[in-house]
Design a protein around this ligand. Sequence first.
Ligand SMILES: [Zn+2]
Length: 190
Amino acid sequence: MITKRELTGFRRQVTKNETENALAWLNDELPRNYYSKNGRRAIVELLDSTKSLLDLTNSMRRQHRGVRLSKDLSRLALWVNRRMEEYPSWPIVMWSPDGTLVFGEDFSVNGRSLESEAATAHCILGLAEANVLDRIRRCECNRWFAGRKNQKSCSAACRHKRYERTDAFKASRRQYMREYNRLKRSGKVK
Ligand SMILES: [Zn+2]
């Protein structure tokens, strides 16, 4: 019998892999021929729509404590399902480098280099199912990253750039300049 802890550990590992795979694709880290212009747009649309689907569903459940589907919500679910129909997958078995049997998925290619695009689409749905899709975010520098709760920037450098534009920074800068000018007038600084 599989224990709950084993299952949680497995799910965590799957989520980690899905996050890494999705980010690698989104950040153009794979070979050029793995991408197409339409593919990029399609994946970002799928990501945004699935996030909205989760958000709307959560707010519906908060408001009504149950299912009360709005037209928007139904339309969105239909859209995501239709889009996923373009990425059919089926289970396959293979061996890992150390010889253990691995159960994975293969994806439709449709004569185009879509395999990794299809894999990314499946990762997005997997992350939605694990309820962590909102962590996949795009920084203002255009890089995709897996953020924590309120994290909006991919790095310390980007976080600082963002902070510099906030009101708090502008206010403290104004305060500093006022003080500086006052001292300058008094002749204490040159
Ligand atoms: Zn950044």
